[in-house]
Design a protein around this ligand. Structure first.
Ligand SMILES: *[C@@H]1O[C@H](CO)[C@@H](O)[C@H](O)[C@H]1NC(C)=O
Ligand SMILES: *[C@@H]1O[C@H](CO)[C@@H](O)[C@H](O)[C@H]1NC(C)=O
Ligand SMILES: *[C@@H]1O[C@H](CO)[C@@H](O)[C@H](O)[C@H]1NC(C)=O
Ligand SMILES: CC(=O)N[C@H]1CO[C@H](CO)[C@@H](O)[C@@H]1O
Length: 578
């Protein structure tokens, strides 16, 4: 089975995220309540369907004739199949449905009936999710506009110039920048392929941002691939890589992106594109959401078949939410550095800040490594990042668990800073001699259902034994931990930890001040089930006792650990010795 692929960003943290938070006003709380039910309602007025393999356009017309409130609004190709988007016909439905205040629900009668249509193989509401670019508003003080990540002024460098000196500049590597498009005639973005670009936000093939205030994609692209030696503005980390603009964002303030738009964007030219840069994500205030089935299918398909079977590489910005975030944006990395890049109106912009601009540095470094060895699979790239990143002496006094630990495989790992700062020179040298890792195995534990209340001691611990006979994995890659708990109120006050057989303690869910409207004021009880992805146990042997630990502040919430289980990914033989 192919697992979902997310490269963890391992870029420098160089400062503190503010952990102030404001109490939310009534309005916000009302809004959040309506979004608390996962997958229930989406404000969406569209559905996506796929017909059985022998389905035709006539079948669509025939189906539509039985559902007068829908009309065919779009047809598109996705992973080789034809999909149809059906939208509520505005002339036939009440106004409040049209303006999006109330969307389609899974229990809509027509949708229930349509699911039974024999010609339909797949049907899903095209859920919408609020996403925004992960750039912070930052100063434009010229003092702060150095290309610090390149120019050697940093005490702890990415060693990018050393990788260039070895002859690697990203030549032959193609990067898709999923963002707010890019200015095509920018003098510093000469390596952009305009004809391969597409705008899924506006559904057209013009890769230029429609509005110059949408500088974000142009700046992200510059960090990856701005032209070298033209005496203008910036130099990209992989300055000879080919850039393809994939439009997904239209506004700096937030974009309601549909599942189908996102799934198409992350699959755009997946044969050709090596790395996708994603410097955006959920707004991270109150809502959280899971992947819809189109994106899930896309990631699984692209890990298996993308990049001619080596798997596409996705780099996601971790988000700037930090301690005010919800579970969705529990970031491993928060980033607070400033840098300079290209911007719209042929400009050059300093003071860029946010994890938006960490992701493209990581993308650039991975492009250099792929140029050094294009046989690397998506898993090889993860192994290389884990092995070659440098913890240096970074400190993060941000909040809990701010220590470096040595995990059971001897790797230094940190809750916020991952495996440390990515190192281009070490990545490239490692890539040159890397041997493809053995086949990935997956193993799922039994479900443990302790139903353990936390009222008295405000802590609950439960263990799962992974035995040598059951589990074939001896060298972990990532671990998925699914944990379900009930809470009496203030969901954000419940903390969850995982402790591996080697004794490595992982924060699955820290305190979240804004989760569930507000840490302090939220009063509704509920159940929260979530699957957490953990990379901190990379290389460990999973055999032995695993523990989950739930903690609450008993003054404000009581909770019950309902059930949990583990899904392990890794290899039986040592991936390093081959
Ligand atoms: C769908 O089909 C199932 C069984 O074939 C039936 O029980 C159900 O009532 C149908 N639902 C609708 C909404 O027609
Ligand atoms: C852009 O991409 C297309 C499709 O892959 C390719 O045919 C074309 O040669 C590329 N253009 C340039 C300038 O590289
Ligand atoms: C916990 O509750 C579930 C569902 O109610 C039940 O199946 C399970 O046996 C319970 N576990 C224990 C340890 O009582
Ligand atoms: C090998 C190669 O094509 N190198 C090019 C990299 O880009 C610079 C300018 O940005 C060119 O001068 C090199 O020829």
């Amino acid at each position: 089975m192919t697992s979902l692929l997310f490269i963890v960003l391992i870029v420098l943290v160089n400062g503190l995220q503010s952990n102030q938070f404001e109490l939310n006003n009534e309005d916000d709380i009302t809004k959040s309540e309506s979004r608390l039910n996962l997958d229930q309602n989406s404000d969406s007025t569209d559905i996506i369907i796929k017909l059985q393999p022998d389905g035709t356009e006539e079948d669509i017309q025939d189906i539509l004739s039985r559902y007068p409130k829908f009309k065919l609004s779009k047809q598109f190709k996705f992973l080789g199949d034809t999909y149809y988007k059906l939208s509520l016909d505005e002339s036939k439905i009440p106004k409040q449905l049209v303006d999006g205040t109330v969307g389609l629900n899974e229990d809509d009668n027509d949708i229930l009936r349509m699911t039974n249509e024999t010609k339909i193989e797949f049907l899903e509401i095209d859920k919408k999710e609020l996403n925004m670019p992960y750039a912070d508003t930052a100063s434009t003080d010229p003092e702060l506009t150095d290309l610090w990540h390149l120019n050697g002024v940093m005490k702890y460098p990415h060693n990018i110039e050393e990788a260039w000196a070895l002859g690697y500049t990203g030549k032959g590597i193609t990067v898709g920048v999923i963002d707010s498009l890019m200015q095509t005639d920018h003098t510093d973005l000469t390596n952009m392929n305009e004809s391969s670009s597409y705008d899924y936000y506006n559904d057209d093939d013009d890769p230029n941002p429609s509005d110059p205030t949408m500088y974000h994609g142009t700046s992200v692209a510059g960090v990856i691939g701005a032209t070298k030696g033209n005496d203008f503005c910036a130099v990209g980390v992989a300055y000879n890589a080919t850039l393809i603009a994939i439009g997904l964002l239209g506004l700096n303030s937030g974009n309601r992106l549909t599942e189908s738009q996102q799934a198409q964007a992350i699959s755009h030219m997946s044969d050709t594109i090596d790395i996708y840069c994603n410097s955006y994500g959920p707004t991270g205030q109150y809502s959280y959401s899971t992947l819809g089935s189109l994106r899930r299918t896309a990631y699984e398909n692209n890990a298996k078949y993308g990049r001619q079977g080596k798997g596409n590489i996705y780099v996601f910005a971790a988000g700037n939410g930090g301690s005010i975030a919800t579970p969705n944006t529990k970031s491993i990395i928060t980033r607070f550095i400033l840098l300079t890049s290209t911007t719209t109106n042929s400009g050059c912009r300093g003071g860029l800040q946010g994890t938006s601009f960490s992701a493209p540095i990581a993308v650039g470094i991975i492009a250099l490594a792929l140029e050094a060895n294009n046989a690397l699979t998506w898993r090889d790239v993860q192994h290389l990042i884990v092995r070659t990143s440098k913890p240096y002496g970074f400190k993060d006094t941000f909040d809990i668990e701010n220590k470096w630990q040595r995990n059971g495989a001897g790797l230094r790992v940190h809750h916020k800073m991952g495996f440390g700062l990515m190192n281009a020179e070490a990545m490239v040298k490692g890539a040159i001699k890397w041997k493809t890792v053995p086949e990935q195995l997956t193993w799922q534990s039994q479900v443990s259902s302790p139903n353990m209340t936390l009222e008295e001691r405000s802590k609950a611990k439960n263990k799962i034994d992974v035995s040598r006979d059951d589990c074939p994995i001896r060298h972990l890659e990532h671990v998925m931990a699914t944990v379900s708990f009930d809470y009496s109120r203030c969901r954000g006050a419940v903390e969850v930890y995982l402790i591996s057989p080697s004794g490595t303690k992982v924060v699955l869910l820290p305190k979240r001040y804004n989760d569930d409207a507000s840490f302090i004021t939220h009063s509704n009880p509920g159940t929260f089930t979530w699957t957490y992805k953990v990379v901190h146990l990379w290389g460990e042997n999973p055999i032995g006792k695993w523990k989950v630990l739930l903690k609450v502040d008993s003054m404000i919430v009581s909770a019950e650990l309902k059930e949990w289980y583990l899904t392990l990914y890794g290899t039986s033989s040592n991936p390093i010795k081959g």
